[in-house]
Every structure is written in structure tokens, then in C-alpha cells.
Ligand binder design. Sequence first.
Ligand code: HEC
Ligand code: HEC
Length: 286
Amino acid sequence: MRKVLQRTVAAMALGSIASIAMAQDDGADLVINGEIEITVRAPAPAHMSDTGIDTILSGWVFRSDETRQLEMDDFDNPAFLAVDRGIEAWNTVEGTEGKSCATCHGDVEESMAGVRAVYPRWNEEAGEVRTLAGQINDCRTNQMGADAYAYDKSDMTAMEALISVQSRGMPVNVAIEGPVAETWAQGQELYYTRFGQLELSCANCHEQNYGNYIRADHLSQGQINGFPTYRLKNAGLVQTHNRFRGCIRDTRAETFAVGSPEFVALELYVASRGNGLSVEGPSVRP
Ligand code: HEC
Ligand code: HEC
């Protein structure tokens, strides 16, 4: 009985996705500051051959002209205030060791170029998959003797934004084989798990219904190449795990904690669905 009821609720929720309103990709290109060419559509990576998706698309493709525009010039992109704060933090000495990020890494533009494109990645010494946020906090606690940043708060998203900028335009290229394989498979399983009263998985919305409207929202493929992302609705940067939490909460389910092993695995898997798109963060979304 309960099952039947849940199915009905899910059918109603999906029923509100208007398939007649399927909007076509208009083929617009994203070039930032008139010079950084961003790949917003690319052939789906081989591991997605069973998904029915041939072309992976950045969330930018699904946004309105106004929102798109905000990302085309760093002077218009409100996330760049956070990038400036990130630069300041990069050069600030903190913690018991008397060091700043710059003490060890030097110039952020040189040392962090390409880094965002390969995260989450395996850390050999720790024997674990690390997200970029996890690595930043590892440096703060173990290298600087400073407090960890709150995983999804503004100090962290500012640093993530600064580091992402150094890889803009480079192809996302996270490894999915070797020591990360098990974590990746766990993330894949989560992606297809139906959550909450609505019994909806990530795939139900972002694989089977992208391009359609759910209420007022134009559903994208749920890519994370643009993270951290400036959400106009929040007037601030949103961290990847925060977005995952919001999406799961919308299915009326309890959700995992930011920084949890489940979300690290999910992030690795979702990142790998974007292999071939450009790093675009910090992006702008409604
Ligand atoms: C005392 C030196 C030291 C300081 C200070 C330091 N780091 Fe690191 N960082 C390292 C070392 C060593 C590594 C690579 C080894 C590892 O952890 O696996 C690293 C790796 C990284 C990486 C991953 C790079 C890659 O290619 O995968 C990032 C990102 C990073 N640090 C960010 C930061 C940030 C942000 C700060 C300041 C909040 C910082 N680090 C402060 C020593 C430092
Ligand atoms: C009920 C439908 C629904 C489900 C289920 C759902 N999402 Fe979403 N998601 C949305 C909507 C609506 C948006 C905002 C519009 C968009 O970008 O698709 C969104 C946005 C996102 C974004 C931001 C994309 C961007 O370009 O900024 C990511 C990432 C994302 N979802 C990941 C996930 C993941 C991972 C799951 C599974 C844990 C999930 N979503 C489950 C509806 C859903």
C-alpha cells in the first residue's frame, strides 16, 4: 500500500516535468573575457555508453541569456569578489607553522593550473580519494597547523573558486580506474539510487529528463564542471556537496553530510560524467 502511494507521488512529481516543453540546445558558444573558450558540449565519455546520452552538456547551455551573459565577463560574474578573497587568503599566514599557501605553492596561477580538472583524485600517501575541498583542508590542518575551513562555507568556496579559475578552459579529466575504481563504482550506485518519498534518483532527473522543465526549472544534466557556482538565488557561491544536498532534499529524503564518504564518491562519479567538458568554475546559475 505504502509502496503504491510512493509510486503515485513519484509519478505526480515526474508528471510535473513538462516533456512538451523540451528546449533544444541552441548551439551558443561560451567564450569568457573574449578569450577563454569553454567547451560546453562534448562527446560523452566511454563509461556512459549505457546511459543514452551521446553528448554531455554544461549547465550553462540550459540557462537564460541573462544568466549566461553574467559568466561571459569576469567583471560581470559576481563570483569574482570571492576569487579576490581567495587570493588574499592564499597569501595570508595562518596556523602554528607560520605559513601561507603561497609559502609552499608559490604563485597560484602557476602551481594550481590544471589542478581543478583532475579532482577528485587519489592521494597515494593517505590512501584515499580526495576532493579539492578535502585537499585544501588537509593542507590547512597538516601543513599549516591551521583550522580546517567549514566544508561548504564561504572561505572554502572562495579558495575553490580561486583554484578553479586557474584551470578554466581545460578539459575535466578525472581518473576512474586504478585505485579510485571502487569509490567510483560506489558513486555510480548512488547516482542510480532512488531517494526519498518521491523515489527519484539523480538519473531520473538529470539523465532521463534533462532539457525538460520541472516547475520553472530547466533541467540540465547536473554537471559539476562549473563548481563552485554562484547562485543568484543564494547571492553566493554554492559548494558541490551543498548542491547534492539540495537535490536530494527535493526528493523529500534525509541526505548525507557535506564531506561524507558518500558525497566524495558521488562527486567523483558525477565529475567523471563531465570528462571532456571544460572547467568552467566559478559559474553563474539562477
Ligand atoms: C607546508 C607546505 C604547504 C602549505 C603551507 C600548503 N600546502 Fe598544499 N600541498 C603541499 C604538499 C606537500 C602537497 C602535495 C602532497 C599531498 O598532500 O599529497 C600539496 C598539495 C596541494 C593541492 C593539490 C595539488 C595537486 O596537484 O593535486 C592543493 C589544491 C593544495 N595543496 C592547496 C593548498 C592551499 C589552498 C593551501 C593554503 C590554504 C596550501 N595548499 C598550503 C604543501 C603545502
Ligand atoms: C527531482 C529532480 C532532481 C533530482 C532527483 C536531482 N536533481 Fe539535481 N537539479 C534539479 C534541478 C531542477 C536543478 C536546477 C536546474 C539544473 O541545473 O538542472 C538541479 C541542479 C543540479 C546541479 C547543478 C548543475 C549546474 O550546472 O549548476 C547538480 C550538480 C545536480 N543537480 C546534481 C544532482 C545529483 C548528483 C543528484 C542525485 C543525488 C540530483 N541532482 C538529483 C533537479 C533534480
